[in-house]
Write a protein that binds this ligand. Structure first.
Ligand code: GDP
Ligand code: MG
Length: 562
């Protein structure tokens, strides 16, 4: 494919505005997948994505399309919309020259529409606004068109109105991609310069790197070098993603595809790495800014004998999700483990779920926290904390300083002394804020250490440092959640939250015996044995606090959205 017949683009939008559905239609229209009635978000391949109905990983697909008597190669990258995964979006954009900015015709511009637009704008990409879901009864594409003009300064004539669900007008999206997005600026005669923009670890084939070629070409059998490790490899396989891997033996500058080169450990082919030909070193590409984790949690194997397996699972998964930071940690109650940094709570949940589903790992996660420095003064913990997110999410004091961009819609950018710069869109009916933050140093705050006790025994996993003013409500919530998720046992269980020796909240679980054999009337002994065995297996997933059995689920339920 000549470079001028290639287009590389991403689909970006707020969550649920229809990116993945539009991707389905584009795959069908170009014959990449067969047109059937049950193509639903086919690029959302992970189990966690299908279960939650959200995209968490960017996915690449090469589409072939004839237009004006010419055959084009369109490389599409579908991206996640949730703020926790914007790191995926910014990396994807580095392989693109343009984006489809999808906006729901009913909801209009939302927080992540703005945040993602600015990612594309800063990367100097062409932006094609697509107003989706025009089939909805309450759709108001004209209003959304005006919003887009006002907020992004894009003439309303440039908006393409479609229904991704029904397929209405989707063909004109493909035409716009060809007409409005420039081909990549690359040099095929220069030696190879390839950016690793994503990476997965395959048990049998080692590292599979997703690459965008900026210069030159790469063929099967070439000797290549990683700029990051300076290790040399032989290319075993190269190809395109349609959307599954299809070997092509060669990739040329301007193309996006995958490459396998016998990298056997996860420290090789890190995301952001530059690959070049042996004996033809090039200036490495700038790579990616490292992600800024906001939420930290401890992760431990349920059983210490699983430590090494879990270690390897975490390494493999972080290769695929490089926004997670990992440091070794240990806890008296839980043994050896790690302190992981995530971009948000949803990110933490998704990472945990992927570990379980893709690596069969079973873990305990501790209460997520933000980093703090603590100075211990008498029995009370004091001060110095870095943070705090929820404060800013709820403030609209400075609304009047915002710029009114449309009826009921304000755009505001302000400095927050705690967080750095905040960018928010506020509509009068509800508040949505998307923000970026810079390190504003440490702030003093009154903090206390709060313990959770079961019949007087401290549950170390649930010990937290909380703001003094929030201790009561947090303690109460944890006790209530624990009450809901603890199975009744033969004796009564007192659940308490305490600061030092002072109890600030209490719940009680009444005694009860869950008889697993109750269903077995008569004398079916094999059935009884099976049930007993299953109960014994279930117990492996239990932690013992004193003589109380706490299922792993209880921890997760308590920690989840606190
Ligand atoms: P994403 O989060 O941006 O990838 O959004 P999805 O593609 O997963 O779509 C979110 C929801 O909107 C799904 O339930 C889709 O079926 C629905 N949806 C997508 N496009 C349309 C459309 O054109 N019309 C209608 N009515 N629903 C749509
Ligand atoms: Mg999606």
């Amino acid at each position: 494919f000549p470079v001028e017949d290639i287009r590389n683009f991403s689909i970006i939008a707020h969550v649920d505005h229809g990116k993945s559905t539009l991707a389905d239609r584009l795959l069908e229209l170009t014959g990449t997948i067969e047109k059937t009635t049950n193509n639903k978000q086919v690029l959302d391949k992970l189990q966690v994505e299908r279960e939650r109905g959200i995209t968490v990983k960017a996915q690449t697909a090469s589409l072939f399309y004839s237009f004006g008597g010419k055959q084009y190669l369109l490389n599409l990258i579908d991206t996640p919309g949730h703020v926790d995964f914007s790191y995926e979006v910014s990396r994807s954009l580095s392989a693109c020259q343009g984006v489809l900015l999808v906006v729901d015709a009913n909801e209009g511009i939302q927080a992540q529409t703005v945040a993602n637009f600015f990612l594309a704008f800063e990367a100097q990409l062409s932006v094609i606004p697509v107003i989706n879901k025009i089939d909805l009864k309450n759709a108001d594409p004209e209003r959304v068109e005006k919003q887009i003009e006002k907020v992004f300064d894009i003439p309303s004539e440039e908006c393409i109105k479609i229904s991704a669900k029904l397929g209405t007008n989707v063909e004109s999206v493909l035409h716009a991609v060809i007409e409005r997005i420039p081909p990549p600026k690359v040099h095929r005669n220069n030696p190879l310069k390839a950016l690793v923009f994503d990476s997965t670890f395959d048990q049998y084939r080692g590292v599979i790197a997703n690459v965008a070629l900026f210069d030159g070409m790469v063929s099967k059998g070439d000797k290549i070098v990683s700029a990051h490790t300076l290790k040399t490899y032989e290319v075993n396989e190269v190809g395109i993603l349609v959307p599954n891997e299809q070997s092509t033996h060669k990739l040329y500058a301007g193309q996006v595809g995958y490459l396998i080169a016998g990298m056997k450990t996860v420290t090789e082919a890190q995301i952001g790495d530059t690959l070049y030909l042996h004996k033809h070193p090039v200036e490495p590409l700038p790579g990616f800014k490292s992600a800024k984790p906001m939420v930290f949690a401890g992760m431990y194997p349920i059983d210490q004998s699983e430590y090494n397996n879990l270690k390897s699972a975490i390494e493999k998964l972080t290769l695929n999700d490089s926004s997670v930071t990992v440091h070794r940690d240990s806890s008296l109650a839980l043994g050896a483990g790690w302190r992981l940094g995530f971009l948000g709570l949803l990110h933490m949940e998704v990472f945990n779920q992927r570990l379980e589903q893709e690596y069969n790992a079973s873990v305990i996660l501790t209460t997520p926290t933000v980093p703090y420095k603590a100075v211990l003064a008498s029995a009370k913990l004091i001060k110095v904390v870095k943070y705090l997110i929820p404060l800013c999410m709820s403030t609209n004091r400075e609304l009047h300083k915002g710029v009114k961009v449309a009826e009921k819609l304000y755009f505001l950018k302000k400095m927050c002394n705690l967080l750095g710069s905040i960018m928010a869109i506020i509509s009068s009916s509800f508040l949505l804020a998307s923000f970026d933050y810079e390190d504003a140093g440490y702030q003093t705050a009154e903090l206390v250490k709060m313990d959770i006790l079961l019949n007087g025994n401290i549950v170390e996993e649930l010990t937290t440092v909380v703001h003094k003013d929030k201790a009561y409500s947090v303690g109460k919530t944890i006790c209530e959640r624990l009450k809901d998720s603890l199975p009744r046992q033969l004796f009564e269980i007192a659940i308490q939250a305490s600061i030092g020796s002072k109890v600030i909240a209490r719940e009680t679980v009444k005694a009860y015996r869950k008889n697993v054999l109750a269903k077995c009337y008569g004398g079916d002994i094999t059935r009884k044995m099976k049930l007993l065995k299953r109960q014994a297996e279930g117990k492996k997933k239990l932690r013992k606090i004193g003589n109380i059995e706490v299922p792993k689920d209880a921890f997760i339920k308590v920690l989840k959205t606190q």
